[in-house]
Design a protein around this ligand. Sequence first.
Ligand code: CP
Ligand code: NVA
Length: 310
Amino acid sequence: MAINMKGKDLISIADLSIEEVYQIFDVAKTLKEENYTGKPHRVLEGKTLGMIFAKPSTRTRISFEVGIYQLGGMGLYFNQNDLQIGKSENIHDTAKVLSRYLSGIMIRTFSHQDVIDLAKYASIPVINGLTDLLHPCQVLTDLFTVLEKKRELRGLKLAYIGDGNNMAHSLLNGCTKVGMNISIASPSGYKPQQDIVDGALANAKYMGSKVEIIDDPVAAVKDADIVYTDVWASMGQEKEAQDRKAKFASYQVNPELVKNAKEDYIFMHCLPAHRGDEVVDEVCDSANSVIFDEAENRMHVQKAVMALVM
Ligand code: CP
Ligand code: NVA
């Protein structure tokens, strides 16, 4: 039976039930097939998505904008600096005003609390397009991509090598939600946030899966079905890039490291990739890499989210 998700925000995968996650995947699969066969699906005819960006974006912006267009609606791009929000107008008033014009808001910004507040005061759905804490649209897409490639999720092992950042956090939320095992290897001082790890441990206990937060990338990648990495310095941390390069040097995903994974492992990266740092060309461009399918799927999965909540 279909679950009514109309009006729901997407701030964190932790807020979704496992049934809602699989419903998003089902709708995404249908929309992707229809996209390939050219069958129109203008289910959001006349609706408008406002897209607020305080950080740069290639995939998120374009996949949302093309996605809402294909659903019969329209996307409006706003650079957060061009809006009154956070300068001469508070989040409360901005949320109330935007709710009078738009059918939904997608926001990419620094502070996760700002997105929570925007959703609290807005009467329309708010979709998190990345904060310093989480990147739920990316990880929903990643799980959908794993499902396409591996035909199942439960029991698979994902190894995440690198910074305990927004990607690590959403992967902890997402993998444990669907019963996958997750092993994260990060240098000390760059581990994922403890409250997120605790939530993942609780999910894993419920689903009978494993969560491992360790130092050793080789141990993390051992027998992994999926090897995942992300940049060492995220957007907003550019000043730390040099310092991080030294600290993360032994966390590079290269042919030597991936030898420890299962033979049919898949390599994933949310992109943009800093080739030569966290990953090298030989892995990125190998037959095991699914990074461009993953990027494409952003659009299909986000269309599903929009179709369900708007
Ligand atoms: N993966 C991702 O969110 O990419 P962009 O920063 O290009 O949107
Ligand atoms: N951790 C990265 C993800 C980019 C999609 C960042 O926040 O910059």
